[in-house]
Design a protein around this ligand. Structure first.
Ligand code: BEZ
Length: 389
């Protein structure tokens, strides 16, 4: 081979390598969306997916320079199917990142699988305290809340601001309900109130009549309830139909009235709830988000849409720092840990356990809105009990 032929061959090889590398860098990022697309939480899953995709579209269809390929699994909010479902995404589809889910019991199985496999998991709703508590891990993040956060804030509001002394609680019997009630009890009792009785129904049952009769007979000063989606619609309507809303105020984390007001109508009017999002924030950031969401989906956004949007923002921040190479786990995590996330809810940061440190709003239902009343708890961090990272 002459020197000039050898040089030409080497140049061609080098160009081929660059082309291959460029191609590899542009391979699509596989995002596994594991969400409820059936059952009582269907609307929540759809809103999360909408919010996530809106952010990706705003970024030209790419995050960290990589186009996104979606692989969807309906988790049916069924913990018994959760391990199989998440393993389909991890082992069969080889996803780069998992975004999910809504139900705390399902999310705990996902967190276990993510911890074992090292796959990045971003939880866009489920508040299971354990996910950013004992199960916390460098590759697990949450864009939403812990069950403790809005519940603890509501406990303080009920006792300190509303002057309630005795409360009963009612919830679905599973991790989210138990933890929400525990958070409310902690805030309420620290501030001088007392939880006199805790009532439960199995998830996702909506037969509330016997328990409403028990509440009516006991006449507490207030009731705290955790329900969401279709179950929240039914509970709030049944509570009003029993006439209880006239005498015993019904409080809850904002899931009780978020994304549900069209269906709840008159039954929800005047209700106070606490959450990390509210209507009427009137910030330029929130207005831009709401306008874009309404234009894209012909729907008003709710807290679930915001959490999906912010899951994509967090993924985008991590990916930008590693130029799309999600294998660089430490740099990916460190970028998210350092970020101030410019959320429609207001800016928030991610605490050491990877849960949002955020303002919790007190909201009041007026017409079809959960109107912001005040900040119930400023920059509230989950206690992250049991997280060692
Ligand atoms: C949960 O299971 O963590 C949950 C479900 C719906 C709304 C809020 C929390």
């Amino acid at each position: 081979m002459t020197t000039s032929v050898a040089r030409t061959t080497l140049t061609a090889l080098a160009l081929a390598c660059v082309a291959t590398l460029g191609h590899a860098q542009q391979a699509k990022l596989k995002v596994g969306l594991m969400l409820p697309y059936s059952g009582t939480f269907t609307a929540l899953g759809v809103a999360i997916e909408n919010g996530f995709k809106l952010r990706v579209e705003e970024q030209g269809g790419k995050l960290g320079g990589r186009e996104i390929e979606y692989i969807k699994v309906d988790d049916e909010s069924d913990p018994a199917k959760a391990t199989d479902n998440v393993n389909k995404l991890i082992k069969r589809d080889n996803v780069d990142v998992i975004v999910g889910t809504v139900h705390s019991g399902v999310a705990m199985a996902m967190a276990k699988a993510a911890k074992e496999s090292g796959t990045v998991l971003i939880v866009p709703n489920a508040g299971a305290d354990a996910v950013t508590g004992p199960m916390c891990a460098p590759n697990i993040f949450r864009s939403s809340f812990s069950n403790w956060q809005p519940a603890f804030a509501m406990g303080e509001v009920a006792a300190k601001q509303q002057g309630k002394k005795k409360a009963m609680t009612i919830t679905w019997k599973y991790a989210a309900g138990d933890e929400s009630v525990a958070g409310f009890k902690e805030g309420f009792e620290k501030a001088g109130g007392q939880v006199t009785k805790q009532l439960n129904v199995p998830f996702p049952n909506v037969e509330f009549q016997a328990l409403l009769t028990e509440i009516a007979a006991a006449k507490p000063d207030a009731v705290y309830a955790f329900f969401a989606g279709g179950g929240a619609v039914k509970f709030v309507k049944d509570y009003a139909a029993a006439g209880l809303n006239k005498t015993i105020p019904l409080y809850g984390p904002g899931f009780l009235t978020d994304g549900t007001l069209d269906a709840q109508g008159e039954a929800a009017q005047g209700m106070l709830t606490t959450l990390h999002y509210a209507d009427g924030l009137n910030t330029p950031r929130d207005t831009a988000f709401r306008t874009a969401y309404a234009k894209a989906f012909k729907l008003q956004p709710d807290v679930y849409a915001v959490q999906g949007y912010d899951a994509a923002q967090m993924l985008g921040i991590g990916l930008a720092a590693v130029k799309g190479d999600i294998g660089k786990k430490a740099e990916f995590a460190s970028a998210i840990e350092k970020a101030k996330i410019d959320s429609p809810r207001g800016p928030f940061s991610i605490g050491k356990s990877h849960n949002p440190v955020q303002d919790i709003y007190l909201r009041k239902v007026e017409g079809k809105e959960n109107k912001m009343v005040s900040i119930a708890s400023k920059s509230l961090a989950d206690p992250a009990r049991g997280c060692r990272m």
